[in-house]
Unconditional design. Structure first.
Length: 311
């Protein structure tokens, strides 16, 4: 078993990205039951709402799962840290902000921490602060991204050259080829987001899943760059109408209510859906277990075939 799997108490080196306010117990539990690390994204939810999700997830799995707390997004960060400790959540991932102020409390509670980073500088600082595992996320990923816009292909080897803790690759990964590539670049595993939306256990609207299956290489776009925020979404009627005049206006036009309308209600005329560049690689809706088995088998098979070819 790899050191990553040992740290996170998982069987396969695949974790679920935080999905904010569209997180739900069924998908979180399915990821954990398939041997990965399921994640409840806290988004802007209240601690009471997150606690209900924890309870629902525990009814569906006895395996470990994580909480993702987006520091600059959630208005309840301190309370959610306390909730994670109270509920004895084994892993907490911290994104969208500086994790350092929260690490000591989590470490004292025996909780493993994951820091989401987008540059070498961020990765080094997170390791120095005491984070246990890093997720290095390229601009190919869905939703809000770093304005640095570094790509997964170039980001992973640079970060793994500068840190000693395990690194997971995120952004543009959704099959065995991506997993094998991440390993070759120095990552010890991967974080999936968009690819897990198009699974049978995902409880988003069927239109969201259909849109992902139908997507091609040009199906996503970045919005918000002109006002200083980078968000990758699927093309759709609502996002085509957006003409933000300020960061505040853009954030209002893309707040969670509009994402819920698109993702959970299937209305892309009045709302939008986050999606990564991996959308163009999605052509079916398997179970999570089928996806993970396929990814692992394909990754090992491709590495072995390439090795034989080069002999």
């Amino acid at each position: 078993m790899s050191r990553l799997c040992t740290k996170l108490q998982i069987d396969v080196p695949i974790i679920q990205g935080g999905m904010g306010n569209i997180s739900h117990a069924e998908l979180t539990a399915a990821v954990s039951n398939a041997g990965g690390l399921g994640t409840i994204g806290c988004g802007t939810m209240t601690p009471a709402e997150v606690k209900r999700l924890i309870e629902e997830t525990r009814r569906l799995t006895s395996r470990p799962f994580a909480l993702n707390i987006a520091i600059r997004v959630s208005p309840h960060v301190e309370q959610l840290i306390a909730l994670a400790i109270e509920e004895r959540i084994p892993v907490v991932s911290l994104s969208a902000g500086n994790p350092a102020p929260f690490l000591e409390k989590l470490r004292e509670a025996g909780i493993q921490t994951i820091g989401v980073v987008a540059s070498v500088k961020q990765a080094v600082k997170a390791e120095q602060a005491g984070v246990d595992v890093l997720v290095a996320e390229g601009v190919e990923a869905a939703g809000i991204n770093s304005p640095l816009e570094l790509t997964t292909m170039t980001l992973i080897p640079q970060i793994t050259d500068h840190v000693t803790i395990p690194v997971l690759a995120a952004g543009g990964i959704g099959d065995g080829r991506g997993l094998a590539a991440a390993w070759m670049l120095g990552a010890e595993g991967v974080q999936l987001g968009t690819r897990l939306i198009a699974t049978q256990e995902s409880r988003v609207h069927e239109q969201y899943k259909r849109h992902l299956v139908q997507a091609d290489d040009l199906a996503t776009r970045i919005i918000g760059r002109e006002v200083g925020q980078v968000r990758r979404v699927l093309n759709g009627p609502y996002v085509e109408t957006l003409q933000p005049t300020s960061l505040a206006a853009f954030q209002e036009q893309t707040n969670e209510s509009f994402h819920i309308k698109g993702a959970l209600e299937g209305d892309e005329t009045e709302g939008y859906v986050n999606a990564g560049l991996v959308s163009g690689l999605i052509d079916d809706v398997p179970t999570v277990a089928e996806l993970f088995n396929r990814m692992m088998d394909d990754a090992f098979g491709r590495i072995e075939r390439m090795y034989r070819t080069l002999q």
